[in-house]
Design a protein around this ligand. Sequence first.
Ligand code: M6R
Length: 360
Amino acid sequence: AKGEYDHFMMKEINEQPTALAQALEGRIDPDSGRIALSDFEPGTFEDVESVQFVACGTSYHAALYGSLTLKQAGVQSAALLANEYSVSAPPIDENTLVIAVTQSGETADTLNALRHAADQGAMTVTVTNVVGSTAAREADEALFIRAGPEIGVAATKTFSSQAVMLSLLGQRIAADQFGEVPSDLDSLLPDLESMPESIESILETTSARSIAERYEGSQSYFFIGRGLGFPVALEGALKFKEITYEHAEGFASGELKHGPLALVTPDTPVFAVFTGEEDEKTLKNAEEAQTRGAPVVAICPDGHRAVDVADAHLEIPETDADLAGLLANVQLQLVSYYAADLLDRPIDKPRNLAKSVTVE
Ligand code: M6R
């Protein structure tokens, strides 16, 4: 079932344009150019005062992404690790919406958090890939990402689909809450609809393999990003360590100088994600690493100022700042894949990991 691909992971990376097109199908109203999301009755979220996302691993990174877009739409929200939720959950009441983000819908930690939230009287929604999963059955409402089966242990297409669905859901929550559609939607929707095409062009033109070759054998791999680039940096590092078994860490760009910079040497490439949000600051942070000898790989559109500064470049098409990180993530998935392949790792089934973690 891998078809022309050597691994499910590569097949699934390549399925992202289709997966996203499926996720968006019928959920944007082409006439009004508005989000339809008829998955939910009109006014479903009108009493919501705050939103908490709960999730683990890659889904947690998608949740962080979703939480940031929701905040930008003016809604109070937080992303929380599901396995920390029972000890760290902020106050919950019937005006709290708790969104469990889980590809499989079977992750024990996430189900526990969902149940805890329901016990406290919160309204619950799950954003999941699996119809009939435990999360889908137990939550008050379910939003399916329709990414199709994901076999590789490393989550790829489901991250992209989750993040996009969470940004749609966020716009819908804001619209229900404020009674009007957020004004920045007009610029976002066309770029959202061209996401499949943008990913297609990355897949066709990527230089990820040569980047992986160039930095093979490095001591550590660092990933930095700011705003919506931060969850992408975390996700880039998780994917890299998961399938290459090499040490990788993701940082908020501005945190580099607060400790991690001590680790930076010519042997620690730094992948810097530029999303259009305060890029000058991120570039300065990347240059601080470069001054210590670290090669910097900029992930940004062609013509971006970072291209002149960086040692290497992974190009993404120009898009809305809300989506640039998701395109950067595709380049990072490819870098991880090629780096793992060079090391001859069992890419689809990394040691010690399971596709769905059903124990606490
Ligand atoms: O099925 P879930 O989305 O709830 O799984 C959560 C994590 O176990 C999962 O995202 C994990 O981090 C990925 N396999 C990483 O690629």
